[in-house]
Design a protein around this ligand. Structure first.
Ligand code: GAR
Length: 188
């Protein structure tokens, strides 16, 4: 069975949705590692509860970003990781990982890309008055939320309740990410 690493910086609800799909027998690969770049992030607690090995490391602890990524690359190789899935990892992927993992890094973003890139996509779209919201999963390149699109999901929303909207988007992410990982893994 192929093995994936999930990179996250925050809450980790997508991380948990992927591991839950695996535990239900609905994922065709094993979530073998969680990488977190923020000490104290809630995803670390989720990983421990779900018995997924976790590496917590920050680029600041290394000479430069390349050294940080070389450290991660070594761990990923040691653990035979086939695919990297970014799930709320709020950092651009650098040359070392892009070279090491080529077209085997994917990301989830809470908007219909290429609209509303960045860290506040849902709020930005809501403030703009968007009427159709969605989620995108794409291959990762060196740019922010850039790279070829793999899958998207969308729904109309004309309400005014931001929290309701946010939770609908996260629910869609949690359904779409495991399905998309299955598709990518079966083509590796
Ligand atoms: C998710 O909504 C994900 O799409 C977004 O961060 C959130 C992480 O939530 N990613 C980006 O905005 C990437 N630009 P989670 O930690 O609960 O999975």
């Amino acid at each position: 069975m192929k093995r994936i690493a999930i990179f996250a910086s925050g809450s980790g609800s997508n991380f948990e949705a992927i591991v839950d799909a695996y535990n239900r027998g609905e994922l065709n690969c094993e979530p073998a590692l969680c990488v977190c770049d923020r000490k104290g992030a809630y995803v670390i607690e989720r990983a421990r509860k779900l018995n997924v090995p976790v590496i917590v490391a920050h680029p600041r602890d290394f000479e430069d970003k390349a050294a940080y990524e070389r450290f991660l690359l070594e761990k990923l190789m040691e653990l035979d990781i086939d695919l990297i899935c970014l799930a709320g990892y709020m950092r651009l992927i650098g040359e070392v990982l892009l070279e090491g993992y080529g077209n085997r890094i994917i990301n989830i973003h809470p908007s219909l890309l290429p609209a509303f890139k960045g860290a506040h996509a849902i709020k930005d779209a809501f403030d703009y008055g968007v009427k159709v919201y969605g989620v995108t999963i794409h291959f990762v390149d060196e740019t922010l939320d850039g790279g070829k699109i793999i899958s998207q999901g969308a729904f109309p929303y004309e309400g005014t309740d931001f929290e309701e909207l946010e939770s609908r988007i996260h629910k869609l992410e949690h359904q779409l990410y495991p399905k998309t990982i299955n598709k990518i893994i079966s083509n590796l």
